[in-house]
Design a protein around this ligand. Structure first.
Ligand code: AMP
Length: 199
């Protein structure tokens, strides 16, 4: 099993690198943002609640988010060799809950890959993504809130995972394939696992 958290600010490339990780290591991808956007698109009760927070750039409350993640974990089919968590945890209580959710299922968190990207670049990438995809929370006012939330509530997780020895620092600036190569090299050092193919 290889269970990884992909950590970083909004727009740091978590979605892009997740796609490469799941392909190269045969993993499931759980993006809590995507799970919520899917509920919003289907107009479910959960989607309506999530929209209130997402539109303001705020986090969905921990209890709700943890129970959503538990259900997603329980709905994963058999077959892959682990999970990439993208966008979860975003708070210390969520990190503690993730350890519990995993250990209850006989799983363990192996590593946290931190994509480090300066704020100006995050801002520019989100503005670009908003124009290209129409993603509603990629607008200037919401982006500002999301960056504030990241610095206040999420970035303390960096120290949390540094202290427990799971944090792998990755420079998230530059070419997508070069960043992935850096991730793969570090994952091999850290966990002994190799990607399926090497470029
Ligand atoms: P993302 O696609 O990961 O950028 O998430 C988009 C939005 O969904 C965030 O700005 C939050 O409002 C919400 N969200 C996603 N994941 C979480 C989480 N782990 N905890 C709380 N809110 C979340």
């Amino acid at each position: 099993m290889l269970n990884i958290v992909l950590f970083g600010g909004p727009g740091s490339g978590k979605g892009t690198q997740s796609a490469k990780l799941i392909d190269q290591y045969s993993l499931y991808h759980i993006s809590t943002g995507e799970v919520l956007r899917d509920h919003m698109a289907r107009g479910t009760e959960l989607g309506k609640i999530a929209k209130e927070f997402i539109d303001k750039g705020q986090l969905i409350p921990d209890d709700l988010m943890v129970s959503i993640l538990g259900s997603v974990l329980d709905s994963l089919p058999e077959g892959k060799s682990g999970v990439v968590f993208d966008g979860f945890p975003r708070t210390i209580p969520q990190a503690e809950a993730l350890d519990r959710l995993l250990s209850d299922r006989g799983m363990l968190l192996d590593a946290v890959i931190g994509l480090e990207v300066p704020d100006e670049e995050l801002l520019a990438r989100m503005i670009k993504r908003g124009k290209e995809t129409g993603r509603a929370d990629d607008n200037p006012a919401t982006i500002k809130n999301r960056l504030d939330v990241y610095h206040n509530q999420t970035s303390p997780l960096r120290d949390h995972y540094m202290n427990n020895g799971k944090y792998i620092r990755i420079d998230g600036m530059g070419d997508v394939d070069d960043i992935f190569a850096d991730i793969a090299e570090n994952l091999e050092k850290f966990t002994g696992r190799k990607p399926r193919t090497r470029k």
